[in-house]
Design a protein around this ligand. Sequence first.
Ligand code: SF4
Length: 205
Amino acid sequence: MLNITEKTIRALKQNRIPARYMETAQELFSCMDSCIASKDMVGTGDSETLNALGVYTYLRNRDIFFLDKYGNNVSKDDKRNIYLNNFKTDVFISGINALTAEGKIFNLDGNGSRVAPIIYGPKKVLLICGTNKLVYTDAEAYERIRSRAAPLDAIRLGKNTPCAKTGYCVDCKSADKICNYYSIIQGQFDKDRINVLIINGEYGY
Ligand code: SF4
């Protein structure tokens, strides 16, 4: 009988989304060595998973044009330019909020700068997630986001939302609401564009 990782990879492939399982972060970096060419323009979404795995540091050490929004002197206008340039990248890299055994990729976003280039623009997209993000059903994916991913992100971002205080979503109407855009990806025309890389272990939330 297939375990949840095997089921998820099989379902993603049926949805025309290539997926790979990796035991270690080192395997991930070897994979990125071959997926990202020298001089490529590379963008990233905000992601605690990428942070925990050391992906931002890896990218800063590559001979690429990394659209790095995390520097000290990056202004609000600079960030907007980075978000717009992310659409033109050779490779865009992001995390995932929940990944179902039916091969559906769930992400939520406050301003859309992450989910929009995942869906359209960059030539290649790498979506990286720890096995802690795997769930069986859509209902479990929503529950995972409402009870864990979104509240913890609201706390990290210092948002004044109910979930930042209680730890659970109450479908707020707050001006600080971070879940303005949900995306569910369940297929793609170009079967080589979005790739999912699943890493064994707990990375991000
Ligand atoms: S809708 Fe509001 S309460 Fe619910 S997770 Fe998003 S920010 Fe938190």
